[in-house]
Every structure is written in structure tokens, then in C-alpha cells.
Design a protein around this ligand. Sequence first.
Ligand SMILES: [Zn+2]
Length: 231
Amino acid sequence: MGVFASAADLILGASCPGCGQPALTLCRACGLAMRPDPYVAWPTPTPPLLQKPRPVVPVAGGANVGVLRAALIVWKEHGRFGLTVPLSHLLAAAAGHHVEPGRPAVLVPVPTSRRSKRERGADVVDELARASARLLRRVGGDVCVAQALAYSRSTHDQAGLDAEHRAANLRGAFQLRSAGALAGCDVIVVDDILTTGSTVAEAVRVLSAAGHRPVGIAVAAATPRMTVDMR
Ligand SMILES: [Zn+2]
């Protein structure tokens, strides 16, 4: 451990979320372990809203396990916003699957509740989406971000709820805030983590009802159901 690294750890309390070594964001090895490896991540059971009338395919930048899971926890719950950049590569890789050359696309983040914004001091999913859109533009994508959805009522914290209760908790919880930026664009719903799919399904429901059925869903990470079932 270098003197500087030790000093940085002492002053900033910063350590790699993957292995605990002093690091401002991620150590090199954990950074490599978090490289995007996108895959289609249908939740089981799949919310019917994602299947009909036309499938809205969810793509994840990686699986919510190991280093990636640890990074998402410290990013979201402990305010390690330096991880937004590495995490945005995962979301960009997932969203990129839905971007067609020459067609404008808009990333619509799932809304963040007032409580979460207050607790975290930021709308972390919105910031993640914006960083991902910048990456996609850098490689030639015509991609922007629109906060088209908002909460229409308060909900319970989703953590600890099973799929059925998550869906009931969110049913009717979102509303269209503004559709102005969606016209003529392929709409992609984005979130940080996909678990049961109830959050993105509610977003798809509201957007579809307004005539903007999304072309796909993109998340930084998807939680394998085994992990959920073991909690
Ligand atoms: Zn590490």
C-alpha cells in the first residue's frame, strides 16, 4: 500500500467497494471486473405489461452480483458518486442495444421519490442516465434524456417487498409529467437495478398509455432471482 494511497484512505475514507483496498472509486482489478457484459434480462415471472402488445425487452449491463453489487450499494446508499462514471458505462452498453443508427432515442429514467432524493441528496438514476447518454453521443448516438415521468402518489420502500407486493405498491404510482421530448424518438426506459421488473413495468404502462410505448428497457445491473429469493 503506497503512502499516498494510505493517506487518501485516511483523509477521504475511500476504499474500493469491491475489495476494500484504498481507492477513490474502484481499484484496477475491480474496475476490470465491472466491465459491461450486456445481456437480455427478463425478470421471472415477467410482468405481462412488458410482453404485450409488443415485447419491451430489458437489457442489463451486467449481473447484480459481486463487485458490481457492492459498487451499486455504496454508490446509491453511501453517496459514492464517483462511481457514477464506471456505472454509466454499464447502462450505456445496455441502452446501446436499443439505439438504432440514424434514429433519435430518448432515455426516460424511472422517477425518483422525494424521500430518496432527500435521503441521497441527488437524483442518482437521473445522473446515471445523463452520464450514459453522454457516452452514447460520444460514439455517434443521437441520444438525450427526458424526465418524462413523476410520482403521482407516495409509495412504500420497495426493499424487502416480494414481486406481488412491489407491483401493488407501484400500481398507478407514476404519471406522465411531460411528453414533449418524446415525440419522434425511440423511448428507452432506464433504471439502475432491475429486480422484479415492477418499477420499469409501471413506467412502460404510463408511457404506453400516452402513445409512447418504449422500444426497450436498459438497466446497469439485473438481480438474478436466486439472490432475491435468498434474502
Ligand atoms: Zn478492488
